[in-house]
Design a protein around this ligand. Sequence first.
Ligand SMILES: [Zn+2]
Length: 139
Amino acid sequence: MRNPTCPKCESTSIIKSGIVNDRQRFKCKKCAYNFTVSKLGKEIDPYFVIKALQLYLEGISYREIERILGVSHVSVMNWVKKYKIKPPERYDYHPTYKILSHAELSELMASPGYLKGSGMLITELGDKFMVIKWDRFKD
Ligand SMILES: [Zn+2]
């Protein structure tokens, strides 16, 4: 984890000064400014909140989401609660997912057989792509 910098003077001479509302509070040694950052040392980009909730709705477990996105499963559980996300109760189809490079993805997409009869979601994930696939329409 990188050290926080002072939002006011950008100094990196920062000391911890207690916890406020579950967040670590810091104090700048140079200008004495007090500030908090999230426990991870940075705010979680809303992009990850949305991706995590999409994956949750796709039937992927909290632990798997943690592994895929690198956000804590506790955060994901909190977002599910906060945004009142509830998948349908009858839920017989569980997706499979693959992490692919662009070349691998292009190769798969070139094959009509791969696309036929499946629900699919492609998400950019760093320099790779995640393909979530449902085979529910196959008999
Ligand atoms: Zn400062």
